[in-house]
Write a protein that binds this ligand. Sequence first.
Ligand SMILES: N[C@@H](CCC(=O)N[C@@H](CS)C(=O)NCC(=O)O)C(=O)O
Length: 218
Amino acid sequence: MIQLYDLCGKNNLRFSPPCWNIKLCLLHKKIDFETIPVRFSEKNKIAFSGQGLVPIVKHNKGFVFESWNIIEWLEKNYTERKLFKNESSKNFSYFLYFWTSRQLLPILFKIIAHEIPNILEGEDINYYIKTREERINGPITKFKPYISDNILEFKKMISPVRKLIETNGFISGKNPGLEDYIFYGNFRWVYSCSSCELLDTNDIIYDWYKNLSAQSEV
Ligand SMILES: N[C@@H](CCC(=O)N[C@@H](CS)C(=O)NCC(=O)O)C(=O)O
């Protein structure tokens, strides 16, 4: 059976955006899988992969890491229930993958960075604070004064996607697909790690998120 190495916090909380993306892809393809919880400080569990990040998918012939590589591997090895409907849907998904990792997650990080220690325990708390403070060159609280500005900025950035959901029901069209799974990780991260009310509850994206969450119980 496929094993998905999945970032894990306190009380078995799974909060990593790309890990959620891969879980939804596995569910979409109806592939049997189990998740292996990996805490920030448990790099020994994933040492076999020669790098320190999840998601990693282990299969009977080896392993794959980096969510986009995993998606391509899944699509090549499980040809039923396609993730790439055609070349344009693949390209749009690739765009969403880069947009998410390069622009959306960094802005969301500024909104929730100071709350993430609350969902961690033990050594993970110091690991998270140390690594992130080195990365941002300052305390994880440094963006707190700008939370509402960053929420506004985020909402502005995602407004074209709202239009797609209004028009079609999902980003992928009439049914959820890879484009939705990639975008979903953003919200799952925020709602798992923070008390921030990122979206208005009457926002159609909020309904979309709740709907996908209900379908992704694993
Ligand atoms: N571009 C990678 C990002 C992977 C990544 O950054 N994973 C984070 C969790 S979201 C991680 O494993 N962090 C562990 C650490 O910071 O030590 C992907 O899409 O797979």
